[in-house]
Design a binder for this molecule. Structure first.
Ligand code: HEM
Length: 474
């Protein structure tokens, strides 16, 4: 039960269960609340035991920005439960480390850029999918008095934009396989954190109680996803013409052909990489957009301010594009506040130390799991003053300029593993929100209670299912 002499401070460690009793005492299902609670007691660098698993929690963004530049802080947890998420082996981008991860990440970033990330045609591609949302809203205004359920609305167009870059086709959500793929992502990301602390602490529980723990659904779901990605890779192999690069998969295959001896490029790695992109790209942007509409209906004064800015700066005569961002500081501030307030990844995908380190006098051994306390950072009273209030103005400085680089704002992580999808995600969220607000207003359906802004607990947090009244603006 004794802690090592120079380990970071933390709560008293019980035999076998470590700090699980203390976690349960504060909040068992919202584990990140408990983690934040104890970090306020023990400090910005805190050690905790989930059973015998040792976790160091970082709660100061200065430390996070500092250490996440270093290789040894950027490993991933390598256990059997984690392996399930990449279909049985440590492959792909999310769960790899070392040379395989480095080379895959570099290649992915470079080549997704070539297929649109951050380029002018990314906007064209996003806007062609966005049109389907407007069509749907207009049809609901005609046939359903404008009462729209926002649960599934953004998934198909957002995933299709990414999928065109990755696989050359948009995702046909009428296809039952695609629907099942999407469902697997939703089930595993949104609905798997009840008891997460316990199953994280005791890996064996997943194997002993596969149904109860959700381990079986996760294993089968990810296996299904991986099989589908293997089929996709095989199809590409059959149809590709060397030298003709239709999409990201073709470029990967070209690389395999050019450098057949490179051990970091192989078919199974490509399949899991595609799966990672599908999983990471599906429920993240979509979730943010669901939070966006939710916060708009809960804060009508914010919606009106965004619309006024759009009317003054752009009007209704033309589509809003990425270059218009500059002219829309309040809208930008609203989107930053949305990311801060929802903190979709409250403790970020855990990292793992690949070497023993000494940091600020603390000795932290190889294999330690690292949590970034994003929730606590985004809800810090010290930094934000009134973090519990939804207040976009906090991101506007005294000169009316939007503050985009606050060091206490880390929704996409920091350093070497920072989210590679950030540019695409931000472009989607900005274009959808701006163009929707240009033409529509959103409000609570009369006679119904306001939806709650309490998130649904999962590996990522998501908005509770809700419907809103949608009206076309005059
Ligand atoms: C609003 C949307 C999104 C948010 C808030 C978000 C957030 C994050 C966060 C916090 C991480 C973990 C960083 C770390 O481990 O240190 C991450 C990793 C990742 N994200 Fe995103 N993400 C979003 C959208 C996307 C999209 C659209 C893609 C698709 C291309 C994507 C692909 C990835 C991948 C592949 C990783 C793993 C990177 C690695 O381990 O090297 N994300 N994201």
């Amino acid at each position: 039960t004794k802690r090592r002499a120079k380990e970071p401070p933390g709560p008293f460690k019980w035999p076998i269960v470590g700090n699980l009793p203390q976690i349960a005492m504060i909040n068992w299902s919202r584990v990140w609340f408990s983690i934040d609670h104890y970090s306020k007691v023990y400090g910005d660098i805190m050690g905790m035991y989930f059973g015998s698993r040792y976790v160091v929690v970082l709660s100061n963004p200065k430390d996070i920005h500092d250490v996440m530049k270093r290789d040894e802080w950027n490993g991933r947890v390598r256990d059997n439960n984690e392996k399930v998420k990449s279909g049985g082996k440590h492959l792909g981008l999310f769960l790899t480390q070392g040379e395989l991860w480095r080379e895959t990440r570099r290649f992915t970033l470079r080549n997704l850029r070539d297929f649109g990330f951050g380029k002018a045609d990314m906007e064209t591609s996003i806007m062609s999918e966005y049109k389907t949302v407007e069509e749907y809203l207009d049809s609901q205004i005609k046939t359903n008095k404008g009462e729209v359920c926002f649960d599934d609305l953004f998934g198909p167009p957002v995933v299709s934009t990414l999928w065109k870059m990755v696989a050359g086709t948009n995702c046909d959500f009428e296809d039952p396989h695609i629907r099942r793929m999407q469902q697997v992502v939703v089930d595993t990301l949104r609905r798997r954190a009840i008891g997460a602390g316990l199953f994280f602490a005791f890996q064996q529980l997943g194997r002993w109680f596969p149904e109860l723990s959700g381990f079986a659904q996760q294993r089968d779901g990810f296996k299904f996803l991986k099989d589908k990605m293997k089929e996709l890779v095989d199809e590409h192999k059959e149809t590709r013409v060397p030298g003709v690069l239709r999409d990201f998969i073709d470029v990967y295959m070209e690389e395999q052909e050019k450098n057949p001896d490179n051990p970091n490029f192989f078919d199974e790695q490509l399949a899991v990489l595609c799966m990672d992109l599908f999983v990471a790209g599906s429920d993240t942007t979509t979730n943010t957009l669901r939070f966006v509409i939710l916060y708009l209906i809960l804060h009508p004064e914010v919606m009106e301010k965004c619309q006024k800015e759009l009317d003054t700066e752009i009007g209704q005569g033309r589509q809003v594009g990425i270059p218009d961002k500059e002219k829309l500081p309040y809208l930008q501030a609203f989107l930053l506040e949305t990311d801060r307030y929802c903190s979709m990844a409250p403790i970020v995908t855990p990292h793992c130390l690949t070497k023993d380190v000494v940091y600020k006098g603390y000795e932290i051994p190889e294999g330690t799991i690292i949590f970034m306390n994003n929730w606590g950072i985004h809800r810090s009273k010290e930094r934000w003053g009134d973090p519990e209030n939804f207040r976009p103005d906090r991101f506007i400085d005294d000169n009316g300029k939007v503050i985009t680089n606050d060091e206490w704002f880390v929704p996409f992580g920091s350093g070497k593993r920072r989210c590679p999808g950030e540019i695409l995600a931000r472009a989607n969220v900005f274009l959808y929100t701006a163009n929707l607000l240009q033409h529509y207003s959103f409000s609570v359906i009369p006679g119904t209670t306001k939806p709650s802004d309490e998130p649904v607990i999962g590996l990522n947090l998501s908005a509770q299912p809700y419907s809103a009244l949608v009206e076309r603006r005059k």
